[in-house]
Design a binder for this molecule. Structure first.
Ligand SMILES: NC(=O)C1=CN([C@@H]2O[C@H](COP(=O)(O)OP(=O)(O)OC[C@H]3O[C@@H](n4cnc5c(N)ncnc54)[C@H](O)[C@@H]3O)[C@@H](O)[C@H]2O)C=CC1
Ligand SMILES: CC(=O)C(=O)O
Length: 377
């Protein structure tokens, strides 16, 4: 029962069941439902939406949600909170008086951008909500998950019967460990490096940001090597690697391609690439998105893993990690409306991706060859 003292700008929120391949996360937990309910916002959850994260319809009902039978019922609400970008079968639900709050990664999914613009939907992307220090609070938890998963996936596909070189991450006494090269020392890269080092691989992390490398070096002295990233250092390390993990990001923009087709050709036969940055288009020239069901392909003799929703593999952990971060923002957007919340918070203003048929984030727009219009002007 609501005890809100003011009327929220958005009074109904829908939580759909995710439809992306093997995506079992859900965008709100029962604790989130309770917080929204306290703010006077009614939450409609599609039946079964929480199954993959081991949250039952009854758990949601106990927290105050209404369970609705179809995706159409959920999408009919004033705001929809999701995990992944809308898929083509969801485009029909987009409309002008809808606020959509989810991961969008429009630089990698231009068709989604076109659908949002054509429908004039107000969209807020988790991955471009940005704090004043440049950090991305709604991307960070999933980057930590994907970063920790990447060496696990790499180790699996390095096994010979999975197509890899047959190299054990930690080696054994008398035999060298795997050489792991991590491109980018941000949340994904650092998490990957820590786990790979924990598996006793030989780990090198490259980044353009020397301050970040100093930080990593101070904490992991001797266990993780750091290298300034440039074409030469990338060419030398990647050519020698057993496992390359791609983790570079320019917030909102298409990922810079730091490994060329030729460099992939020069890699050791049956080496493995895990390009986590695939959701922003990938930082390896030979990357194309794969799915949890069919996660790898071989090109130039190298095994490529490029799943765009890696945290979906561990939906229980990921749902709680994601919603811990998103809930305060979901509340703000519901209570004040997307534009109202953006006026109050520059971080949320960065999150606006499309408003009224126009791009609202300059970097995202530029990556798609378009121009943004400031929705707050
Ligand atoms: N596939 C998946 O399921 C997931 C993918 N991601 C993606 O992983 C990527 C990395 O995310 P985060 O680590 O959170 O970003 P971050 O912003 O924390 O780190 C990115 C790092 O890349 C570095 N960088 C940028 N350009 C570079 C260059 N040319 N050479 C070397 N380093 C460069 C930056 O200095 C920064 O340290 C993003 O594209 C993100 O969307 C994140 C979570 C899940
Ligand atoms: C960040 C992202 O793409 C994911 O968690 O699926």
């Amino acid at each position: 029962m609501s005890n809100a003292t003011t009327t929220p700008a958005i009074s109904t929120v829908g939580v759909p069941r995710e439809v992306k391949n093997s995506e079992h996360r859900v965008a709100m937990t029962p604790d989130g439902v309770r917080e929204l309910d306290r703010a006077g916002v009614a939450v409609m959850v599609e039946t079964g939406a929480g199954d993959g994260a081991s949250i039952s319809d009854d758990d949601y009902v106990t927290a105050g949600a209404t369970i609705v039978p179809t995706a159409a019922d959920v999408w009919a609400q004033q705001m929809v909170v999701k995990v992944k970008e809308p898929k083509p079968e969801e485009f029909e639900y987009l409309r002008e008086d809808l606020t959509l709050f989810t991961y969008l990664h429009l630089a990698a999914y231009p068709a989604v951008a076109e659908a949002l613009l054509a429908a004039k939907t107000t969209s807020v992307a988790y991955e471009t909500v940005q704090l004043s220090d440049g950090s991305l609070p709604l991307l960070a938890p999933m980057s930590e998950v994907a970063g920790r998963l990447a060496p696990q996936m790499g180790a699996h596909f390095l096994e010979r019967h999975k197509g890899g070189r047959g190299v054990l991450m930690g080696g054994v006494p008398g035999v060298s460990p795997a050489k792991v090269v991590v491109l980018g020392a941000g949340n994904v890269g650092w998490s990957s490096a820590v786990i790979a080092a924990g598996m006793e691989a030989e780990v090198t992390v490259l980044d353009k940001n020397l301050e970040r490398l100093r930080y990593v070096d101070q904490i992991h002295k001797g266990r993780i090597s750091t290298l300034a990233s440039n074409q030469g250092s990338i060419e030398r390390t990647v050519a020698e690697a057993d496992l390359v993990i791609g983790a570079v990001l320019v917030a909102g923009g298409r990922a810079p391609v730091v490994v060329s087709d030729d460099l992939v050709r020069s890699m050791k036969p049956r080496a493995v690439i895990v390009d986590v940055a695939v959701d922003q288009g990938g930082c390896i020239a030979t990357t194309r998105e794969t799915t949890h069901e069919d996660p790898v392909y071989e090109l130039h003799g190298v095994v490529h893993y490029a799943v765009g929703n890696m945290p979906g593999a561990v939906p229980h952990t990921s749902t709680y990690a994601l919603t811990n971060a998103t809930l305060p923002y979901q509340l703000d957007v519901a209570v004040h409306g997307a534009l109202g919340a953006a006026r109050r918070s520059a971080s949320i203003a960065h999150g606006l991706n499309t408003v009224g048929g126009h791009h609202a984030n300059a970097i995202v727009a530029e990556s798609l060859g378009a121009t943004a219009v400031d929705p707050l002007a």
